[in-house]
Ligand binder design. Structure first.
Ligand code: PMP
Length: 283
């Protein structure tokens, strides 16, 4: 693969960063993941807007404008002949002798991008649906910032795997916040699409935002509010959204079926609507 590192397109084996990089030492960095369909970026604009927000929250000043960032994304897609998958972008505060305080503002940031091949449209989990477990949300208080500090998500995914599940939904004070790497949705028995309102407790998912617009456009009932695992158990359907899955049905919680334990009809309709949106809106 060809990757991008600090202004250069190079072979992945030649891409090296310092052991003093603050991304490595402190997880002092942010990232974005944008899906690629038919060689084009899906929802590039809101991904760039969220990247700007993450940078601002961490007082990182990136000397590249949106056009330059888009050009790097497109170059990487072209150089790797990527048709379907994703582009990952990470920005860290760069390399400096280890100190909790931020280094001088002129310290160059580390900017790295790479592509991954992934079958997004034809994924087995989209057909089978995910088995999830509930776990406590023990992350820090700013889960709305897309930082590279993902250890708790790794730990909970491992725990889900050890228990024979695909993923976990995280619960804080009795309420589901989100999945380990996706936003959590249920569909109630009277057909309302329910997902938690945005706050510092969860990531403002780009797929979540696009889907909510589609839900409203198609006159479906939307309820932006927190819900409990008890409500998930009694829901008609459940699903997750993310740039790397689009929409995956969720069919069991803690080993118990949700609805009839198969991907729900409204979930499957929403997945098709989202894919149509993604194909139409990619650039
Ligand atoms: N929540 C978390 C914790 C995530 O890591 C992700 C994906 N990175 C999402 C939600 C989904 O966000 P998006 O739709 O922008 O991929």
């Amino acid at each position: 693969r060809t990757v991008y590192l600090n202004g250069q397109f190079i072979a992945e084996n030649d891409a090296k960063i310092s052991i003093f990089d603050r991304g490595f030492m402190f997880a002092d960095g942010i990232y974005e993941v944008t899906a690629v369909l038919g060689g084009k970026l899906v929802d590039a604009e809101p991904h760039l807007a969220r990247l700007r927000r993450s940078l601002a929250e961490l007082a990182l000043v990136l000397p590249l404008d949106d056009d330059a960032l888009l050009a790097v994304h497109r170059q990487l897609i072209a150089r790797n002949a990527l048709c379907e998958g994703l582009v990952y972008m990470q920005v860290s505060r760069g390399a400096a002798d280890r100190d909790f305080l931020y280094p001088p503002a002129d310290t160059p940031l580390t900017v790295a991008l790479f592509t991954q091949d992934k079958a997004v449209l034809d994924s087995p989990l989209a057909k089978r649906g995910m088995n999830i477990i509930g776990l406590p949300d023990m992350r820090w208080g700013r889960s709305d910032i897309k930082t590279t500090q993902l250890l708790y998500a790794c730990m909970t995914k491992e725990q889900a795997k050890a228990r024979g599940a695909d993923d976990a939904w995280l619960v804080k004070d009795g309420w589901v916040t989100e999945g380990t790497s996706n936003n959590a949705f249920i569909i109630t028995r009277d057909g309302a699409v329910v997902t938690r309102e945005l706050s510092r407790a969860l990531l403002p998912g780009i797929t979540r935002g696009a889907l909510l617009a589609l839900v409203q456009e198609h006159g479906l009932q939307l309820d932006e509010r927190a819900f409990t695992l008890e409500e998930v158990k009694n829901a008609a359907e459940a699903f997750v959204t993310s740039s790397t899955s689009f929409i995956y049905p969720v069919v069991t919680l803690n080993g118990q079926p949700i609805g009839d334990g198969t991907p729900g009809p409204l979930t499957q309709r929403l997945r098709r609507l989202y894919i149509d949106h993604a194909l139409a809106g990619s650039v």
